[in-house]
Write a protein that binds this ligand. Structure first.
Ligand code: AMP
Length: 193
């Protein structure tokens, strides 16, 4: 795919290992340096804020989408290229998908897991075919991948589902993974999501 907007899903907590904070900083920087915009949840907390700050500092464009009812809790970022304050979580998630060409999953918590599974299952259901890249910093997502393998081994998902996921070990692998990923083939005017 060509440079576009990359949706970054990641944790809102700051009480995490420095390696994850550093990965978030590098992600913001590396996306901006490669001419890619960042789409994210619009907050200024945890890894989310770090990604946005570092993308902006490197001259990148950052689009934040935050529901009004959590704009205080997640400290809506005031210096973004675009900040959209929406009504509901569902509106946020839909807009994040619509504005993005690919998804990058950094370490995160339950909200990140929800976003990851939603985008993974939307692909499974044929609602989009945008690439999904899991950044497995220090093996953070190993147990999630084990769970997905277990689900497949037990016949609840297909092996091709696992093959769709691109897992990279470091942020440095991201530009290549994004550039090599196939471009979306869906026509946004005819898709039904
Ligand atoms: P977390 O990974 O739990 O730190 O959350 C990361 C982001 O996901 C935050 O911006 C949360 O607002 C968001 N989030 C939390 N729960 C959900 C959910 N059910 N659906 C979508 N996003 C969520």
């Amino acid at each position: 795919m060509k440079a576009g907007n990359i949706c970054v899903y990641c944790g809102s907590s700051q009480h995490v290992d420095d390696a994850f904070k550093q990965a978030a900083a590098e992600t913001g920087k590396i996306l901006a340096e490669n001419g890619m915009g960042v789409v994210y949840g619009g907050g200024h907390v945890g890894l989310m804020g770090i990604v946005a700050d570092h993308a902006l500092a490197a001259g990148g464009e950052v689009i934040g989408i935050i529901p009004a009812h959590i704009a205080d809790k997640e400290v809506a970022h005031k210096s973004l290229t675009e900040l959209h304050v929406v009504k509901t979580m569902h509106e946020r998630k839909q807009m994040m998908v619509d504005r993005s060409d690919a998804f990058v999953i950094l370490p995160g918590g339950l909200g990140t897991m929800d976003e990851f599974f939603e985008i993974f299952t939307w692909w499974q259901l044929g609602l989009h075919d945008k690439p999904v890249i899991l950044v497995n910093i220090n093996g953070y997502w190993d147990s999630l991948l084990t769970l997905i393998d277990h689900i497949i081994a037990q016949g609840f998902a297909r092996k091709t589902d696992r093959d769709f996921l691109n897992v990279v070990a470091t942020v440095d692998d991201l530009p290549k993974a994004l550039k090599q990923a196939p471009a979306e083939t869906f026509d946004p005017h005819t898709k039904w999501m």
